[in-house]
Write a protein that binds this ligand. Sequence first.
Ligand SMILES: Nc1ncnc2c1ncn2[C@@H]1O[C@H](COP(=O)(O)OP(=O)(O)OP(=O)(O)O)[C@@H](O)[C@H]1O
Length: 619
Amino acid sequence: MTDNEMATQREPNGVALTDQQPKTLELNFQEVNYTLQNVIKGPTQILKQASGTLKSGRLTAILGPSGAGKSTLLNVLAAFKINGVDGQFLINGKPRDIMAYRKMSSYIPQNYVMLNLLTVEETLRVSADLKLPRSTTTEEKQKIINEIMDILQLKCCRQTLVRNISGGEHKRLSIGIELITNPPIMFFDEPTSGLDSVASYQVICHLQSLAKLGRIVVCVVHQPSSRLMRLFDDVLIMAHGEVLYAGEQKDMLTTFSQFGYNCPQYYNPADFVLEVGSESSSTQRCEDLILQNKLRHSIIDKNSCKFHIDESAALLNMPPTTLTHSQELGNMHLLRLKERVGFFYQLKILLKRHLRSMSRDMMAVQLRILMHIIVALLLGVVYWQIGNDASKIVSNVSCLFFIILFVFAGNAMPSILLCIQDSAVFIREYYNGWYSLRAYYISKVLADLPLQLICPTLFISIGYLMTGQPPELFRFVMCWGILVMTSFIGHFIGVVAGTSLTMQLAIFIVPSVAIPFLLFSGFFIRLRELSWFLRPICDISFFRYIFEGLLRAIYGYNRGELACSEVFCFYHSSEQFLKDFDMLGDHYSWDITVLMGFVLVLLLAFYIALQVSIKRALR
Ligand SMILES: Nc1ncnc2c1ncn2[C@@H]1O[C@H](COP(=O)(O)OP(=O)(O)OP(=O)(O)O)[C@@H](O)[C@H]1O
């Protein structure tokens, strides 16, 4: 059977998980170098002339001392690292096409991030919805999910939230997510890290069964026990960025002994080769070992590699791509896989997922709503019925200012935390072609919308009534409009900071940047009293428009005389009060328009922040 025939038999979209994969897939890499460009230290060569062959149907372990370059080699083999890499990568003897290769392989990193508030089954379901073609029926998807849960023994925790599953189940779920598309090549970076020996054994057994179905399965492992070691068919031993041995495990010790490295009896072979690797590099015998390995894997005439034949594209029945190697290097973002389902379907699935996650998030929803209610009640008690009293006008202004501060901070800070949790998942899924940036962006904005409306609505409803603000519907609606804008601005500032900065930096930067703008709101100092060179800052301080809009909503629009409960009230007339605050004139619509402008700028900033985070992830 030819490769193409096998490719057509195999369903690349993963519809039948247990179908046989093509048995003859072979990835040969020769003289692979990886040089890291460091701005301070200059270029550092991490991989040196690494050569080896990976075969379908076989489970391969990459072993070596810490810092030997195992994870780097795995990244390079999985085509996740491209810049700074040179060497030959051949699939079934022909140069690989990088896009087709990425499509047929999956890489499972050590810390595989997932959304914590979905159950195991929901996580697999989202993966199936976004990674399988639209033509796949719900029943077919459920069949694949059930099969994966069966194979990986995840049935017992199918309804458990990801945050509650064990380390081993987490690893198995990450394998399951990648298995949805039934990739013929799978790379795992330390799949046993953090697991006890029993769980490690189970995970490697699962990998072995995936390999037995005809896949190339490669994983980096740290110090496997003898029992674990026996599960691997092939091994690749690394030291100082070089490959000492790549081949069948059964021949490993014989090869080492040919070069004078004799493994003592009853010694764990993995420990033995690690020790040899740690000592290696300069000794002649190790150089011979490295050279012999290189020769063993230089099976292809290099001249044949000058032609860019799309063998791997053919394996997937994909149209050959026209990217040349240099273009690939220049356009890393082109390596992103294309989405499998249409934009609106992506949007629907993402929206459902965001809303489901949010509805289970104590901090995002329940706690935020509860805090808005409690603080609104507290505000009402402290400023009980002062809104209509001319003698308490200064206190009322403080009350309004407090409302602004709370709604802003109460939305900005939680948004930072939530965004940071989502970002890592977004990067992984985006690069694996689950959805487009546009779909993620719109779904995120829309999913957050209900909370941005509910919180300020609850807060102003309680606060407005309890503090005795004028009982006129249009004033209430105007105040509500300003607070909704405040909530949006706070939320999007938090989201932009959370997407583009680390958590510590974002939590420090947001208040540090926002608080100085409060000085230019008109509350602490009247704008006309500011030095001339500071006045332009007022024009870009959103707090100014929020404060102005709120005061105009309460005291503007012919409010007239205020009731005075004391013998003398300085501000009897609301017009006089607004005049003294430099806010005379019924320009509420101007304030709200400027605030909408701020929201639009922040929406754009959020989109740019997502784009930047995507590009940064490639570095
Ligand atoms: N981005 C980087 N900047 C600087 N050095 C790096 C970078 N990535 C890798 N290295 C260096 O390359 C070498 C190989 O790293 P790699 O993570 O591949 O090793 P490893 O064998 O997987 O190690 P471990 O088993 O400890 O995880 C190390 O010396 C590491 O310090």
